[in-house]
Design a protein around this ligand. Structure first.
Ligand code: PLI
Length: 460
């Protein structure tokens, strides 16, 4: 034992039921990806072996969560399950008022409509696809104020999700605080590679926005993973529990949108939370238009209760250690195989740098889209493009050219084993070995909104 420096992570649960998978052959996969227009979103999931498309709604629920599926209250109005969810959000996150929604983007829609006026500027720590689109549809313009380090896949800054207060200050000076309805603060920034925000940065942001009368709206989709990194990396937090850290993070913000399909360990659900009664009142008015009554917001009672249980489970230190530990395990394997990945290793997946993996392809030849298709052909592992296709077009029609051109290997929570992680890394290494022979793609169909979901490609 003397030689063991670091003890293994392991899951604080065991399996009670398994889902059988179909095994496919390489010729079957070549046909399937061609039929899908080289877009992994368009593959039938039956043809996928290990599904790393997303960590959204793909979690395994616990026995306790399945238990409340039987006791959920399906009343149209005043469901007991709503009050249980509301209580959990108040207790663990500290927000005052809660509006359930069917998922995160529905909360973003409602919040954007209430807070953003035409011509407003919405600063944020890197865009997220649906979040930015709702800000734009409400008449706002998103401006990225994340620190520069976040755009460099090799920079090992421990808190690459941080906001550059200098960039924010320039915006405030240029447009005036009145034009800025809120700062959109994401915890564990998805598009940066699952990178955390530090508590010190948050405190600084709170002080700055307070001075200028600007709200902070928290995209808390992966707040517990962010809290884990604060616990591991930030001075003064190693003795604090994830539960305490999450509550502190939320206390520096004025409201939140949440996709419960990630950290909160369910398959569907979300909510908007806010400390301001007036905004809550308007949100309650709008939710009945788009989602359903304000005590269910598009969710079944059982879904709301499963979220309440999932929130509590997500804040367990042992859960997060195993969750992020598994991602770290995969990342270390990839590093051993010399695969260029975003560093530090993030919270919800491994992000492979497709520009470095396929340097012979220009960004217009869609290196990340190409790589995701090749990985699928090699092993049936499904990943997702997070580069030029996901970035889409500006309101004036020009393409965004993001610095990061990534393939995301997203790990669902409590779903796959360590042996699955080995297979994934081995497949990435096999594709890496033949990288020089890989040709790019051209886009042959482009939808108007969120094109990455449905775009189609052909091989060059
Ligand atoms: O997929 P929704 O509508 O429940 O949530 C939208 C959403 C909001 N914020 C962030 C940071 C997300 O990651 C997010 C959804 N993410 C997806 C679907 C993903 O695959 O990452």
């Amino acid at each position: 034992m003397k030689n063991i420096k670091k003890r293994s992570w392991a899951e604080p649960y065991k399996m009670k039921m398994v889902e059988l998978l179909k095994m496919t052959t390489k010729p079957q996969r070549i046909k399937a990806i061609k039929d899908a227009g080289y877009n992994t979103f368009l593959l039938p999931s039956e043809d996928v072996y290990i599904d790393l498309l997303t960590d959204s709604g793909t979690n395994s629920m616990s026995d306790r969560q399945w238990g409340v599926f039987m006791t959920g209250d399906e009343a149209y109005a005043g469901s007991k399950s709503y009050y249980i969810l509301e209580e959990a959000i108040k207790k663990y996150y500290g927000y005052k008022y809660v509006v359930p929604t069917h998922q995160g983007r529905a909360a973003e829609n409602i919040l954007s409509q209430i807070l953003i006026k035409k011509g407003d500027i919405v600063p944020g720590n890197m865009y997220f696809t649906t979040t930015r689109l709702h800000q734009e549809l409400a008449g706002g313009t998103f401006v990225d104020v994340i620190i520069d380090e976040a755009h460099d896949p090799l920079n090992e800054h421990p808190f690459k999700g941080n906001i550059d207060i200098g960039k924010l200050d320039k915006l405030v000076k240029k447009h005036g605080a009145k034009k800025i309805p809120y700062v959109c603060l994401a915890t564990n920034v998805n598009m940066a590679g699952g990178q955390p925000v530090s508590m010190a940065n948050l405190k600084e942001l709170r002080a700055y926005t307070k001075k200028h009368g600007i709200r902070i709206i928290h995209d808390m989709t992966r707040v517990a993973e962010n809290a884990y990194f604060i616990q591991q990396r930030e001075k003064g937090y190693d003795k604090k529990s994830i539960r305490e850290i999450v509550k502190e993070i939320c206390s520096y913000t004025d409201g939140a949108t949440m996709s419960a399909k990630k950290d909160a360990l369910v398959n569907i659900g979300g909510f908007m939370a806010i400390n301001d009664w007036d905004v809550f009142e308007e949100a309650r008015n709008l939710v009945v238009v788009y989602e359903g009554l304000h005590t269910y917001g598009g969710l079944a009672g059982r879904d709301m209760e499963a979220i309440a249980v999932g929130i509590a489970e997500s804040l367990d230190d042992n859960h997060q250690r195993a969750r992020v530990g598994q991602v770290e395990y995969l990342g270390q394997k990839m590093i051993e195989y010399n695969i260029p990945i975003v560093k530090p290793i993030g919270g919800h997946g491994i992000f492979v740098d497709a520009k470095a993996f396929l340097p012979h392809l220009t960004q217009d030849q869609f290196p990340a889209q190409t790589l995701a298709a090749e990985l699928y052909i090699d092993s049936g592992v499904r990943t997702m493009e997070r580069g030029i296709v996901s970035a889409g077009r500006k309101p004036n029609g020009e393409n965004y050219y993001p610095k990061l051109e990534l393939v995301r290997f997203t790990i669902p929570r409590r779903v796959y084993t360590q042996a699955h992680m080995d297979v994934i890394a081995e497949s990435a290494a096999a594709v890496y070995d033949k990288r020089k022979s890989i040709k790019g793609l051209k886009m042959v169909y482009e939808p108007k909104y969120l094109r990455f979901f449905q775009a189609r490609f052909q091989k060059l």
